[in-house]
Design a protein around this ligand. Structure first.
Ligand code: ATP
Ligand code: MG
Length: 626
């Protein structure tokens, strides 16, 4: 079998130590990818085969062997959560061997850095501000109210927006939507630029424009980061690839990308799976390495995943335990949530209050030793999380929910953000106007100007002062919760207010929820990408929900891949549930099981043994431990 890269791997500078903590755990193919010294490399492999592990080990190996300095390494991930996790892994692999760690960020974050430094070359006002999504929506609605835009559907416009932005790059040919849309788009762009603002879609488009038109800038970044790493390459869009190509073209940067075409789930947001198959055309001389062994899941889970994707043979399981798949049929989404609670209680040892102080208890089932953080509960739509969150909280089960509304979309957070933006950028008119609009909207009496605001201190200090000024320091309910989350989140920024503000507006729903702490993870299938748990529930396995056709057009193949991503998060137990009736956004729908469930032969998944469990009334249990 062809093993690309092997013949070009030169001797390492230092002979490998007798036992190398970076290489020892790796199998042959992973090791080859870590040591590959040729040009660009694409690691193509299924879920749980150690792609992300290989990527982090390669970064650590470069640093520890002296082949690359931490400052020369740029890692690009799709979510901030993934970036943080990767950072943690690197830190533990380096174990004090290097003073610095690589720069790991999202594509958006990287583009923002470039534009902040060099954007003036393409006429970006300096400092420009980023238009958070709620403000963007307000601007668009204002334009619509004044023009022909009244005839344009707001959602349709938003869907067209990324393509319209891309089309402003010279060589893009987009199908042209109706002229009213184009006119509205031009007005929107003008308005944004007039305000000195970029929206999130602009970040990648403008960074790409900058790198293409100013080779010197591309060279600067390529020399700064000769080692580029990209996780989940199957979900890149065309602009992101254009950015990578610009860095490679002029500065000779080298790309190490990993991905799995079967896990492409972001076409609806402009990702282009063809990028993956074009990798060696886009980056000439690229080698490809395949990984075969799956270290995550039991054999039966991999068999199920292979049936779903109609693969000839499943991935090879390293785990000895076969694991199992079960199906739970429920009457309603409420019963489904109770089923999840009861199953968690049973898996963890039978009662709700048991393990809070002891941490771990032996499970009643399978002899597994489980704790809350070993369990993930997934669903297709974020609103499905409400019933689950409610039931779990009522049972006193600690949880962390991600994929929820980004903090910046919560009112008190927007107020604080707009105030601090005004403090940070006193010369920028748009920030003053923005803040004035917020104050008016919220009916507040605060005749305050940033001159009188004490602008020093850590970010949490500034936020607290700002809360005081606006009289919201004692907010309760949802507002209080948002502010608490904001404060916790601000901790890591120390006194770097500009970085905090940028991060706040870049945060998207899927980024949320530090998964730290011993808690059950609750999130959408999209947000679960790249993660794993010993026990995974996929709830709402129903037709119209997965594949999701509730909102009109849907891409069946992508929905199937999304289900595949969900299934392959599980290490040993996968519980698929569906309800016959489901309340969704105020409507009650009769539901049939998902056609994807038909992929599994009965021998592979058994009905969930729900024993004599009955939904029972539980005492309200407030949990303050977390
Ligand atoms: P996904 O496609 O879902 O992102 P992945 O290919 O990135 O999956 P990883 O998350 O890197 O897979 O690894 C899956 C699990 O397998 C992790 O728990 C990881 O620690 C473990 N693993 C990977 N490689 C090895 C190995 N060589 N030896 C032992 N465990 C491994
Ligand atoms: Mg991964």
């Amino acid at each position: 079998k062809k093993r690309p890269g092997r013949e070009i791997a030169p001797a390492r500078k230092t002979p490998p130590p007798p036992s190398d903590p970076i290489l020892d755990p790796l199998n042959d193919a992973q090791r080859e990818a870590v040591l590959h010294e040729g040009g660009h490399l694409l690691v193509v492999a299924g879920p749980g085969t150690g792609k992300t592990l290989t990527l982090t080990h390669r970064m650590a190996s470069l640093i520890r062997s002296g082949r690359g300095a931490p400052e020369q390494i740029l890692g690009l991930t799709f979510t901030r959560k993934a970036a943080r996790e990767m950072e943690e892994r690197i830190v533990s692999l380096l174990q004090g061997h290097a003073a610095a760690i690589p720069h790991i960020t999202t594509f958006h974050g990287f583009c923002l850095e470039i534009l902040r430094e060099e954007g003036h070359r393409i006429g970006m006002s300096s400092p420009f501000s980023i238009c958070p999504e709620p403000d963007r929506d307000a601007i668009i609605r204002e334009i619509f109210s004044k023009t022909e835009g009244r005839k344009i559907n707001f959602r349709t416009f938003l869907n067209h927006l990324p393509a319209l932005k891309r089309a402003t790059l010279a060589d893009e040919e987009e199908s042209t939507p109706g002229s009213a849309v184009v006119t509205a788009f031009r007005m929107y762009q003008e308005k944004l630029r007039g305000l000195g603002m970029l929206d999130l879609d602009d970040l990648e488009v403008e960074a790409s424009r900058l790198l293409d038109n100013h080779p010197g800038v591309a060279e600067k970044y390529a020399l700064m980061y000769p080692h580029l790493f990209v996780d989940e390459y199957q979900d890149t869009n065309r602009i992101q690839v254009a950015i990578l190509k610009a860095l490679v073209r002029v500065g000779g940067a080298r790309i190490f990308a990993i991905g799995d075409p079967d896990q492409a789930i972001y076409a609806f947001r402009g990702a282009d799976l063809q990028n993956f198959f074009r990798f060696s055309d886009d980056f000439p001389g690229a080698a490809t390495i395949h990984l075969e062994q799956n270290y995550r899941s039991g054999r039966r889970l991999l068999e199920g995943a292979a049936f779903l994707m109609e693969k000839e043979k499943p991935l090879e399981a390293v785990a000895k335990e076969p694991g199992n798949i079960s199906i739970a049929s429920c009457r309603s989404e409420k019963e489904e949530a109770e089923m999840v609670v009861a199953a968690i209680e049973r898996l963890l040892g039978g009662t709700t209050y048991f393990s809070l102080d002891s941490g771990r208890v032996a499970s009643h089932e399978d002899g597994m030793s489980l704790s809350f953080c070993d369990i993930g509960v997934l669903y297709r739509l974020n609103t499905q999380g409400d019933a689950l969150e409610e039931a779990l909280s009522r049972a006193g089960i600690p949880l962390v929910r991600s994929g929820e509304t980004p903090l910046i979309q919560k009112r008190p957070v927007r107020l604080i953000c707009s105030f601090l933006q005004m403090v940070q950028y006193p010369g920028t008119d748009s920030y003053r106007k923005n803040y004035a609009r917020m104050v008016e909207e919220m009916n507040m009496q605060v005749p305050l100007f940033p001159e009188s605001f004490p602008g020093t201190g850590t970010v949490p200090d500034l936020i607290r002062k700002c809360m005081g000024i606006h009289g919201i320091e004692t907010a309760s309910g949802e507002d209080g919760e948002s502010l608490r989350r904001l404060l916790a989140w601000a901790e890591v920024f120390d006194d770097d207010l500009p970085a905090f503000l940028d991060a706040l507006v870049l945060e998207r729903g899927i980024d949320h929820g530090g998964l730290e702490g011993d808690r059950v993870g609750l999130m959408s299938l999209h947000a679960a990408k790249g993660l794993e748990w010993p026990v995974v529930f996929i709830t709402g396995c129903e037709d119209r929900l997965i594949p999701c056709s509730l909102f009109g057009d849907h891409d069946n193949a992508e929905e199937r891949r999304l289900f595949y991503v969900g299934m392959t998060r599980a290490r040993s137990r996968l519980i698929l549930s569906h309800a016959r009736r489901r309340a969704l956004n105020g409507r009650v729908l009769e539901m049939a099981p998902s056609p994807f469930l038909e992929a599994f032969p009965p021998s592979l998944c058994r009905p969930l043994d729900r024993g004599t469990w009955k939904p029972k009334a539980r005492p309200h249990h407030q949990l303050n431990l977390f």
